[in-house]
Design a protein around this ligand. Structure first.
Ligand SMILES: [Zn+2]
Length: 368
């Protein structure tokens, strides 16, 4: 079982999907890394298209070489792409249909026949494979279910979200998990233009130490959570209760298989027969809340604690309860505060509840 919150090690704020001038990005690799350093990234994986970009790490930011590879498209304009993180070889002939191969910008676009073949090459090279922006690409569920030997999917890609509103693939993640496919979920910004599209989503990686082998091993074992806003400090099982500790939230939702799920909201639409806000702070954020599940159990929760977090918002702890592990689903919390965009952080799939369990924390960017 992977529990990044219980493991020893360091948290690494990681950019898993980025492009430099060596493919279709804006900056030369050194400037690209510098921008990631300025944005507080501990790890910058450079995933130029079909290109291995080696750039030295800095004292603060570990640079990992990867690539964004592709497989034969499902149809016209339906690109199926995959991140290869930590590889050192790109095959000259990956075995796909050559009619799709072409020179694009300054790289040679090629294809593997399918995701399983790509994954086999990547893991054979010591890398970690992540299916890129499946919603943006329009990947059918069957394609994901047929992909073997792949570590995870991008369940949120903020550049895809900006481009055509299809950055959030969490529905596909739900469906794969419910089918027993244990993909881990990662968030990326797919940065091409630092200053414009950097830092809108990232993956927090709990690595044994700040080295490339430890980082890759943590990705491989799901010692991560994904975020585009909130900080998640802990997720624990306490009997049948799921306790989530995260940054201040305006809503917390425990979602589960299909339509069942329960939530507490800070707004007027909280459904009080299921969920009760017991205490709010002056800003209206939930301090204590109670969720009554279908099993009729009410477990209360949450207390304010701790110093102000890195978001500038007060940190809170929230506890939700679920009477049956078979009903445990995902936990979603929403930060209040600012106007702006909704953000989401997603917890690891494997928390030991059941095969479909995952947690999600959604937020909006706060005042700070
Ligand atoms: Zn990309």
């Amino acid at each position: 079982m992977s529990d990044p919150f219980a493991a020893d090690g360091v948290w690494l704020k990681s950019a898993l999907h980025t492009h430099t001038k060596r493919s279709d990005g804006e900056l030369d690799p050194a400037a690209h890394v510098r921008h990631h350093e300025w944005m507080g990234f501990d790890v910058c994986v450079i995933t130029d298209h079909w290109t291995l970009t080696d750039e030295p790490s800095t004292s603060r930011t570990l640079v990992v070489t990867g690539a964004e590879l592709a497989v034969d498209p499902l149809g016209e304009g339906r690109f199926t792409e995959i991140l290869a993180i930590g590889i050192d070889d790109i095959p000259a002939d990956p075995g796909g249909d050559r009619t799709h191969w072409q020179r694009i910008d300054n790289y040679d676009f090629r294809t593997f026949p399918d995701l399983t073949a790509a994954g086999r090459h990547i893991s054979g090279n010591g890398g970690v494979s992540v299916i890129a922006h499946p919603y943006w690409s329009g990947l059918p569920l069957e394609v994901l279910l047929a992909a073997d030997g792949i570590e995870g999917i991008e369940l949120f890609n903020s550049s895809a979200e900006r481009e055509n509103g299809r950055g959030d693939a969490s529905y596909l993640w739900d469906m794969t998990l419910e089918a027993g496919k244990g993909f881990f979920g990662f968030a990326t910004d797919d940065c091409h233009y630092p200053g414009f599209d950097i830092g809108d989503a990232w993956t927090m990686v709990r690595a044994a130490e700040r080295t490339e082998p430890a980082f890759l091993e943590a990705l491989r074992t799901g010692m991560t959570y994904a975020s585009s806003g909130p900080t998640i400090r802990g997720v624990r099982l306490d009997g049948d209760a799921v306790e989530v500790e995260c940054s201040a939230a305006s809503s917390v939702v425990l979602m589960s298989r299909y339509e069942t799920g329960w939530g507490v909201r800070a707004d007027a639409r909280n459904r009080e027969e299921d969920a009760f806000i017991l205490e709010r702070d002056p800003a209206g954020l939930i301090v204590r809340a109670m969720v009554r599940t279908a099993g009729g159990i009410a477990v209360p929760t949450a207390r304010g604690h701790g110093p102000r977090g890195p978001t500038g918002l007060d940190e809170r702890a929230l506890t939700l309860a679920c009477p049956s592990r078979t009903h445990a689903g995902r936990v979603m919390a929403q930060m209040s505060g600012g106007p702006s965009r909704g953000f989401r952080g997603i917890l690891p799939a494997d928390l030991g509840f059941n095969e479909t369990t995952r947690g999600v924390v959604t937020s909006r960017r706060g005042h700070g």
